[in-house]
Design a protein around this ligand. Sequence first.
Ligand SMILES: [Zn+2]
Length: 296
Amino acid sequence: MPISRLELADASSPEALVKRILQAEPNLPVPVPIQELCARLGILGVEDLDTDDFEGGLVTDAKRSEAIILAKRGGEPRRRFTIAHELGHFLMAHHVPDQPGRFLCKSSDLLRHTAKAGDQRQLREVEANRFASLVLMPPHLLREAMAAFRESDLQHVLALARDFAVGKEAAARAYVQYHPERIAVVVVGNGRVQRCYRSLSFPDIICAVGSPVPTGSLYRSAPPRPNSASDIAACSPDLWINVKRDLRAPGLSEQVYFQPNGFAMILLCLEPVPEESAAERRLDEGWRHRFHSGRR
Ligand SMILES: [Zn+2]
């Protein structure tokens, strides 16, 4: 049975909304037909937005009964994400636009995943992005697609982006969240770190946003062939993470995917920590104790 707004009436978070949509549309195909979904949910149409200042927008009435989505022309994956993001604003009744009846979202809004405490505008952009990711990559379909993947590999990110018709960065973010290994993806633009996405158990990345990619990284030495993923190679873990000097350094590997526009993604994968034998641990602890107490 096709979904209608009524079924979403008491859902307000991105997660609750997407759950309802999936309950009403159990056979949703991949790629998710986002424009059809919009049409069923009260969106009268999607129009082109001809400005460089904004990526997307939503024009609606005060009662929020129907709306028109505005989306910048461009690549289809990016446009699909924008449409899903604006649908999110439309469905979340607590999202209040800056101007009455009109949301306008910049490209930086569509990349926002954290909000400053108390900043309602940032928070609503984060929620609209969460909604867009969840509706374009429904968790059960993403898990099904990822069941075929074993060791982490950027080829999988490319396959997800292609199959779900989403941008490579949106696919990478979902990939690190759902992959069982400790992985991270660093998005690079013109040699500098732009954004980092980490799985929950991946440690903090020490390269700040805006800083150059470390000299020892595979990014600097791999042949920059656009649209192809490099081999996976071991790297020095302290290029990217803080390695405690008195602990055994974990193994870290890198893989690079260069895009033609000066952007690249670097996949970082931490090797699983081998189960230490009790004897080894005692030896290590003894050594650490001597290290800190200055005894030999
Ligand atoms: Zn927005």
